[in-house]
Each structure stands twice: as C-alpha cells, then as structure tokens.
Ligand binder design. Structure first.
Ligand code: ADP
Length: 392
C-alpha cells in the first residue's frame, strides 16, 4: 500500500485534481488526474490514468444539486473504491493568495485558515473556492494533513521597488503592494528551464491561459510580474480587464453610479477577451470567429503581451530566453507566432515550422534569443511542496 498525495485546485465551477505517489525519489510519480466540471450546473466527473487513458467517468442526474463539498466527497469515495493499492496520506491545495506572510507552502490548521480567510477580498474570484475545499475536507476527514501551496509565494523574491505602489506609506504598510500570481506555474517552469536553456539567466515566461500573466525570472528567482495587488492587473484575460487606468474606476463610480459589487463584476467577469469581442472568453472561439470584434480582442491580447515583454526585459536589463506556457501558450501556434513577430527587435528569430510542430524550441538555431514552449504542471509543483512540508 503506497501513500498518495491528493492535489486539489478548486475553482468557481470546477474542481481539478491529481494523485501522486511519493516514491522517495526527487519527483513524485503521477497516478492520475481529472476534474469535476460544471459544479452548480451540470456536474461531470472524469479521471485519467498516468498514460492519459480514461479510467472513470460520472455524470450527475440533471436535477441533482451538487455543491463543492459533495463533489469532493464523491472524489474521495471514488479513490477509496478504485485505487485500492493506495491510501490518501495528505491533500495539497492550490491557494491563490498567501499575502505577505506565506512565502512558502504551509501545513493548514485553524489559525492558518483564519489568516487565509482575511485575504479573500484580494482574490475574490479564486480564494473562497480554494478555502471551501479545505474546509470541506477538514470536516469530512479531520485527520488528513492538508497543505496550502500559494500562487504568490514564488514572487516573494521581488525586489522592494517592484513590490511598491506610489501610494502613501500608511496604505502600503497595510499590505497594499504588488504580489504577483501564477507562482506555482512559474516555479515549475523555473525548475524545468535548465533542461531546455541551461545558460539562460534572464528569462521572461508568458503564462497564457484564461488567467494570463508574465513573469521575469533571473537565475531561477522571480523578480517581476505583470500581476500586482490582485490577479486582475497586467494582461487582458478571458474575462478580466488587465491593467486599467484607476481613473476609469473613479469615473464609473462618480459619474455612472457603479458600486463596489458592480465594479468587481466588471473587472473580473465581464471584461477582457469576452468584453471586447462580445463573442467569447475562449481563445479558440475568437481565433475561429469572423466577427471583427473577435479579431480586435485577439489583437489587443497580442499587443499587450508584446508590450509587457518589453517592460519585463527592461526590468531584467536584457533577455536570454522567452517561454510560452499554459492553455493558449502551449496550444496556440498563431498567438505564439504573432507575439514572436512583434518581438523580433529583441533578437528572437522565429521558426514557423518548429512553432507549427509545437516546439519545444520555436526560434531558429542561431536566434540570439531563443523562444520555447514548455508545458506547465502546477499540480506536480503542489505535490512536490506537499511532500516537502510533510517531511518537515
Ligand atoms: P485556466 O487554467 O486559467 O482555466 P488554461 O491554462 O487551461 O486556463 O487555458 C485556457 C485557455 O486556453 C482558453 O482560452 C482556451 O481557449 C485556450 N486554448 C486551449 N487550447 C487552445 C488552442 N488549441 N488554441 C488556442 N487556444 C487554446
């Protein structure tokens, strides 16, 4: 009987999960991964083994009302019934915000949970769901060790100047500063980078998914991110604005009658690719659409990636490699091509054929600055942290 780590990434309508066995080696071994999507509407459970073969599936009846806690309970029962040669020894959770205090993965107890609750207003789209899964599991399995792994932790190495807003000290001292997110993804990429570009010291990584950000990494450490106080800053995303002149928010409050809730909905759920295109928040739909506004939304996305690439290169005082990752970065040759073409001034000589093949190198052999596609694996990073925390 092997001890397994259950990795949980709980979102608003989905619960992604993965199981790993800690074999005592450097890397935990994957057992399988899956998700329960459509929680609140039409929940659907699927799980695949380590080779990608589907080994379980369940669709709840249409009239079933299924909460996150129910979904989690279903998952645990499924594991107990089907994975008979493993025992779930711990759960590792993705938690978006660790604030100033949590600069590393942490074993969860009541005190830690209370501190994480206080950070909910800083990540309203994610943190409540992350914490709900922790609470549900603590209720049903009180003896199970749980570990929180933070999206902010990898960025705690930012120099003070990169963390600072030009606000009065009294506000900054209350924790209003730039944190950065997607840290588990960037940390995973930083671990893999030596396999691809062993000599690269100054690297810009573009994590382009429904949430999108970019990170400047120097010698394996994060030094700057396009995301700031919250995960709404930086690039335009599926439904989030990205960077916005704060004067727009003031105008909407003072002249257009918006209140806090309406602003939050606008910034997080109604804007970005969806708001600009009026078509979809999904890049695949936009690339396939003939609607001029869909094309404009894609143009905006590419423009801002290229612009932030310049800014992050300035923060690093040069660039030795560019990396694309996450749903769009790993799967869309078109977006990669358009970004790289705009970045030729940086010394990126794009290779269209290698790009069409999916890389991993998508620049020519003699490109002064190479560009790569490296698949991210946030779940594996969580399993690694969880195993480490448990070993103390
Ligand atoms: P998240 O984990 O933030 O939900 P993902 O990293 O899974 O996001 O990325 C989701 C995004 O990736 C969606 O916008 C989706 O359209 C995009 N995507 C996935 N496959 C492709 C593809 N083949 N071409 C373009 N975009 C894609």
């Amino acid at each position: 009987m092997n001890d397994a780590i259950l990795v949980i990434n709980a979102g608003s309508s989905s619960l992604k999960f993965a199981g790993y066995v800690d074999t005592g080696g450097v890397e935990p071994e994957i057992l399988g991964k899956g998700q329960i999507e459509g929680i609140g509407t039409a929940p659907y459970f699927t799980v695949k083994d380590e080779g990608g073969t589907r080994i379980g599936e369940y669709r709840w009846p249409e009239d079933a009302s299924v909460t996150h806690a129910d979904a989690l309970e279903y998952l645990i029962n499924w594991i107990e019934e089907n994975a008979t040669d493993v025992r779930v020894a711990a759960a590792g959770h993705r938690v978006v915000h660790g604030g100033l205090e949590f600069s590393a993965a942490t074993r969860i107890d009541d005190q830690v949970l209370a501190k994480l609750e206080k950070l909910v207003p800083l990540a309203p789209l994610h943190q409540p769901h992350n914490l709900a899964a922790i609470r549900a599991l603590a209720g049903s399995h009180p003896e199970l060790p749980q570990v929180a792994c933070f999206d902010t932790a990898f960025h705690r190495t930012h120099p003070p100047v990169a963390q600072m807003f030009a606000l009065p000290r009294s506000i900054a001292e209350g924790g209003v500063r730039r944190y950065g997110f997607h840290g588990l993804s960037y940390e995973y990429i930083a671990r893999r980078l030596p396999d691809y570009a062993p000599k690269a010291s100054r690297v810009v990584v573009a994590h382009l998914g429904s949430g999108a950000s970019m990170c400047a990494i120097r010698d394996g450490k994060s030094v700057e991110s396009t995301m700031g106080f919250t995960a709404v800053d930086g690039l335009p995303m599926g439904t989030r604005t990205g960077a916005l002149d704060p004067g727009v928010v003031l105008y909407l409050i003072q002249e257009r009658g918006y209140d806090g809730a309406a602003i939050e909905k606008l910034l997080y759920k109604e804007s970005g690719l969806l708001g600009v295109s009026g078509v979809s928040n999904d890049m695949r739909d936009l690339l396939a659409s003939n609607e001029p506004r869909a094309a404009e939304a894609v143009d905006l996305f590419v423009y801002h990636i290229a612009k932030h690439l310049g800014a992050l290169t300035a923060a690093l005082e040069g660039i030795d490699a560019l990396v694309f990752t996450a749903g769009i970065g790993e799967n869309s040759p078109e977006i990669r091509e358009r970004v790289c073409e705009r970045a030729s001034w940086l010394g990126i000589n794009f290779d269209p054929e290698a790009n069409a093949r999916g890389g991993p190198r998508i620049s020519t052999e003699d490109s002064p600055v190479p560009a790569w596609v490296i698949p991210t694996d946030e779940e594996r990073m969580i399993a690694i942290h969880t195993a480490r925390v448990l070993k103390g």
